[in-house]
Design a protein around this ligand. Sequence first.
Ligand SMILES: CC(C)(COP(=O)(O)OP(=O)(O)OC[C@H]1O[C@@H](n2cnc3c(N)ncnc32)[C@H](O)[C@@H]1OP(=O)(O)O)[C@@H](O)C(=O)NCCC(=O)NCCS
Length: 171
Amino acid sequence: MRKLDLPDTFGKFTRLRLLEKQDLEMIRAWRNKPRARRWFNFSAPVTRENHHIWYENYCQSNDDYMFILEDLERKNLPVAVAGVYNFNWATGSAEIGRFVVGEDSALGTKVINDIHPAMFKLFEQRGLAEFRAQVKENNHLALRMFFDLGYKLCATENQMVYLTYGKEVNQ
Ligand SMILES: CC(C)(COP(=O)(O)OP(=O)(O)OC[C@H]1O[C@@H](n2cnc3c(N)ncnc32)[C@H](O)[C@@H]1OP(=O)(O)O)[C@@H](O)C(=O)NCCC(=O)NCCS
């Protein structure tokens, strides 16, 4: 059970809602697209079985939020997935990532940019001050997205770029 009861959240053209069991195969297909999985640390295709094991663990966790982003202008068509996890409530920091714009027709529409301010506010209202992110240094699309969103560079190490958004807190 999750500790926080999160409401639906809206951007200008995007709705953010929590992942549901019926979304599992859709997000697995998105995650397994070569254009997406190449950017994850585990870059092999995820099997149905492993995906279900992951989901069972996710359901047990009370501080890990997977979101589906829906396009309000296309009858709430699911277009992307995102996650907020690795919370440190003592310092007010969490990691954001696992982004995949899975619906090809939504690529280049700035859907993450549309929802990000509302997404940050959702957690800020619950005491969070900072989002952290890590991206492979050659993932130019993701890096450009993060810098457009206002993320600042923290460090670069082992081909990874570490970014921060909001009020930088000590870990
Ligand atoms: C990173 C990611 C979420 C960013 O989403 P996005 O839709 O590419 O981001 P944007 O809307 O800012 O588009 C970025 C650029 O891609 C271009 N683009 C790429 N493919 C496109 C397509 N098929 N159709 C239209 N535009 C496309 C856009 O023109 C845009 O360029 P612009 O900013 O000059 O207009 C997305 O690329 C993705 O899912 N990547 C794979 C997984 C990943 O890397 N996740 C991040 C891990 S931290």
